[in-house]
Design a protein around this ligand. Structure first.
Ligand SMILES: NC(=O)CCC(=O)C(=O)O
Length: 288
């Protein structure tokens, strides 16, 4: 059993790109409180990519915080998320924030995950940096100021294993495949696609990762903010293991609720048993 029981989740799609970090945190809290009031049986909440800062290569350093598991007090955002997770006894996937590593001075785009007791249970540094150049579309180069992580992430909850990637990581099927083979029932991606690549690929990629692995896929975006330099696509969504979008936001601020159900995974994996039909004898170079 890879998902032990049904679990209600909420995605917080809010305008998170305010220049005031304090205001971004306050707004995140306001939406988490609203989600818990509206659907008190919610057990897991996801925030968007870079939810405490503008999404900008020139700003990452200014907003970056050290994330030290043994001393979370050095990170105001971790302290804030830890308190909220324990207050509501939820798993809180803290989107991502710019992280500075005090030993190397490198900056990462990092997701932090807290359990129901407010303990930091995982940290994922974005592995694939968003460096693209589409003439007359969008040019972005995260690697100008960010360093890439090098560790795929899965973490245990009382519901089962969950895999995690950040935004552009979604384009690389290997991470979702690795997590699924470790037994994850869902792949969660805080992300901030834009108005060029969002319409092209956001839904397709989410649905592809779901059907590749017959798993749930969860994408949580900031709401679109035309006052910021980067226009996030929005459309936070949840895809089921059959590839159906079961919940989706528009472009504005919104909370998306969905229920993940173990029987949907089990049934579909029996009906279309690709999970058990892989031919590693034919492609042994793909790691098991
Ligand atoms: N923040 C990101 O990684 C954006 C990724 C994106 O827009 C894409 O098309 O991929």
């Amino acid at each position: 059993m890879i998902l032990s029981q049904k679990i209600k989740i909420a995605l917080i799609q809010f305008k998170s790109s305010n220049p005031s970090k304090q205001l971004n945190l306050q707004n995140a809290q306001k939406f988490i409180e609203k989600a818990m009031k509206t659907q008190p049986d919610t057990k897991l909440i996801v925030l968007p990519e870079c939810f405490n800062s503008p999404y900008s290569i020139t700003k990452f350093k200014e907003y970056a915080e050290p994330i030290i598991a043994t001393d979370l007090s050095q990170s105001p955002t971790c302290t804030f998320l830890s308190k909220l997770a324990s207050r509501f006894q939820i798993i809180l996937i803290g989107g991502s924030i710019p992280e500075c590593d005090p030993t190397t001075s490198k900056i990462y785009n990092t997701s932090i995950i807290f359990n129901e007791q407010g303990h930091l249970i995982a940290k994922h540094r974005k592995i694939h940096l968003f460096d693209i150049d589409i003439p007359n579309g969008i040019t972005f180069k995260e690697s100008t100021t960010l360093s890439p992580g090098s560790q795929p992430t899965t973490f245990s909850t009382k519901y089962g294993q969950i895999g995690l990637g950040i935004c552009y990581d979604l384009r690389f099927p290997e991470l979702a495949m690795i997590a699924a083979r470790k037994g994850a029932f869902a792949m969660v991606y805080p992300g901030a696609f834009n108005t060029v690549t969002g319409p092209m690929h956001w839904h397709l990629l989410a649905r592809s990762r779901a059907i590749d692995n017959e798993n749930y896929v969860v994408l949580c975006s900031p709401a679109r903010n035309l006052e910021s330099d980067y226009h996030a696509y929005g459309h936070s969504l949840v895809v089921d293991p059959r590839g159906n979008i079961i919940a989706e936001a528009g472009e504005d601020e919104e909370i998306v609720f969905a229920e993940l159900d173990p029987s949907v995974i089990e049934q579909f994996r029996k009906q279309v048993p690709i999970t058990f039909q892989r031919r590693f004898d034919v492609y042994p170079d793909v790691s098991k």
